[in-house]
Design a protein around this ligand. Sequence first.
Ligand code: 9WN
Length: 458
Amino acid sequence: MHDHLPPTPALKPDMSAELWNSAVRVLETNWAGDHMVPSRRLYPHQWSWDAAFIAIGLAYVNPTRAWRDLRSLFEAQWPDGRVPHIVFDPATAEADYFPGPAFWDVPAYGNRAARGSTGIVQPPMHAIAAWEVYRHAAAHGANCAQEARTELEWLYPRLVAQQRYLTTDRNLGRGGLASIVHPWESGLDNSPAWDEAMANVPADLALLSQYRRRDLDVSDAAHRPTDLDYSRYVGLVVSYRAEGYADAGLLDRHAFAVECPAFNSILASAELALAQIAGELGRTAEAATHRHRAAQITAAIIRRLWNEETGTFHALDVHTGKLTPANCVSGLLPLMLPDLPADLVQAIMNEMRSNRFGLPVPSYDRTAPDFDTMRYWRGPVWINVNWLVRRGLLMHGFRDEAEDLRTAMVRLVHRNGHFEYFHPTTGEGLGAPTFSWTAALSLDLLADRSVPAYAKAG
Ligand code: 9WN
């Protein structure tokens, strides 16, 4: 039986206007001068992949801020190319987010003071975002088009350096994919996709008596990761921090290294976006290189992460060489890849249409015994992930399902608010109530029904 949200009728114009205006208000509230916070209370700094999703929507109402947000993030890029998962706001107190700047204890780099960021990354959504912002900025007139050109030129080499870091320094499994070395790097923090690999990470609950969780002061414990998860998260930071976040030889001294299908699909898609950016900037040879890299990453995802038996993609634990058993939404995201062979596209569609998922997709298999309707990435519906699924549907010509999903997402947010995530059966809003990427992507869902340029013919 399907117990996901029922299909919905066409959108009413007043609903679109209400949603548009409420989304704009959220983005006004969460603007912090030179960057956007994901939410004022729960996440009072700048987050990496949030900035990308936010820029995509902000481009419709304030392209200058969209570029500013991306620039603020890339100004904090490390010399090795890594883009930190959080850029800390020096005006925010250490106690307002845990783990904060002192805990991460990142050394000074470039012209940045010490403790300005974390040392881990998040999915590289930024080339896709830069291209989307660029595409939409021209609609705001000649000044914005000029600004867009300048910003795109500034970002391009930095985006290339980000890809270089991920495809070389993080190629820990030596199979052509990037490993994540902390669940927070996936953006899908407590996804069951990491459970097996996390079982091998020592859990020291004493760490949490030493450092108090701040998230539980401002949100419901039933919606957040458990203390056991958190003690492992903190332990992994301590392990990576010990050698100054160096990647050489990391596999031998760090308990968690996983190749995630979603992270790597975004990595490949970033190369395709870079091909478009390079083409626009007249760098034809580089455009061809980016397309080639996208094809290589796509081939590696299929070679390493496809599971013939389950008919979907799974995360690979680099330490054990085994695919993790959980059926998570990350396994559906290779649908974003235009070169995915037709039989694999069909298999993902079957999985997505089955009672394990359904549209909008929950973060985890609805039929799993530990499916949790409330807790973060272990069940709830997230708008950014569904936005990526919709992109995949458009990529492979499933226009009707893409439109149904767009309508369902718009109605979900209109009815329940710009929440961080949503209950997968009732649609109730969960987590932070005025969440930036939900607002920003709502703007995009209302404004843009175009198909990605490199999609297969529908
Ligand atoms: C840890 C900011 C971030 C998102 C992640 C989401 C959550 C942080 C947390 O919030 O993670 O990075 O404290 O739980 O899982 O995807 O980028 O919105």
